[in-house]
Design a protein around this ligand. Structure first.
Ligand SMILES: O=C(O)CCC(=O)C(=O)O
Length: 269
């Protein structure tokens, strides 16, 4: 795996971002924006415990998506936010790791009343003004939580609010070296664990080219639609992201030119 550090820019104007990164589908880390949000000083695991501790949340039983999508850990578990925060604080990297409070939609009917209490704490700039909507999601995970390598059909601005998280990013064309498979119509994912790749089974992963983003609190990572990505927490981490839907990108991976080329050359997803 050949990974280069991703470019970093300081508080770009909307025009600069849109022209050089958004319209070019070029990943970048934006600094100097989320650092100014109230969330940067207020959001810590204890704040969520104090404000929302009594709420019961459905969680994935495993914090490792490879177990969830390619293994046996499909079950969900329910616990209060207070119990969850205690479980991540107690995590011992050798012991059983806790569930994952990730992918929580904040602007959904179920969560709206809680979201209203914290929505003044952040404000994503409207870097892609031609968007057709957005969705805000919250992710609170313990050290070493891992997602699979997957892609999404919308742009993604992922703000690191607390702790550290690393993202690996690969261009859409690298699907073959990732042995991408279809999980369902919305989800295309890699069975490879990039931190411990099985190179006998997936030899071409050695040749892959990608980017690495080491996010510190206050950074915002731009992941363009259809770029493959994997998230991994380095410490207990709180992230807030905004998925941005735009009319000028194709709606599904099947509509992406790389996908049709892959299928025409015989690749079986
Ligand atoms: O932070 C994570 O666990 C995954 C984030 C992600 O992959 C996404 O927003 O698509």
């Amino acid at each position: 795996m050949n990974v280069q550090p991703i470019q970093r820019i300081e508080n770009p104007s909307v025009d600069e971002f849109k022209t050089t990164y958004g319209l070019q589908s070029k990943p970048v880390i934006i600094s100097g924006v989320a650092t100014e949000w109230a969330a940067s000083s207020l959001w810590q695991p204890e704040m969520f415990k104090n404000m929302f501790g009594d709420i019961s949340a459905p969680l994935r039983a495993s914090d490792n998506e490879i177990d969830v999508f390619f293994g046996q850990s499909k079950e969900q578990t329910v616990m209060s936010i207070a119990e969850y925060i205690d479980s991540i604080n107690l995590t011992d990297t050798k012991g059983k790791r806790p569930a994952y409070l990730g992918n929580i939609p904040l602007n959904s009917p179920l969560t709206q009343q809680y979201f209203n209490k914290i929505k003044s704490h952040f404000s994503f700039p409207n870097y892609l003004p031609e968007n057709s909507g957005n969705e805000i999601r919250l992710w609170i995970g313990a050290t070493n939580q891992k997602s699979t390598i997957h892609n999404d059909n919308y742009h993604n601005f992922n703000a690191q609010i607390f702790g550290k998280k690393t993202f690996l990013l690969f261009p859409p064309e690298e699907y073959e070296k990732l042995s991408i498979v279809k999980i369902d119509d919305e989800l295309w994912s890699s069975p490879i664990d990039p931190q411990q790749p099985d190179l006998d089974k997936f030899p071409s992963f050695k040749e892959i080219n990608g980017l690495e983003a080491e996010l510190q609190a206050g950074d915002i990572l731009f992941i363009p639609a259809f770029w493959w990505h994997q998230a991994r927490t380095i410490t207990t981490a709180i992230n807030l992201n905004m998925w941005v839907f735009t009319a000028n990108i194709c709606k599904t991976w099947q509509e992406h030119p790389t996908f049709s080329k892959a299928v025409s050359t015989g690749y079986k997803f």
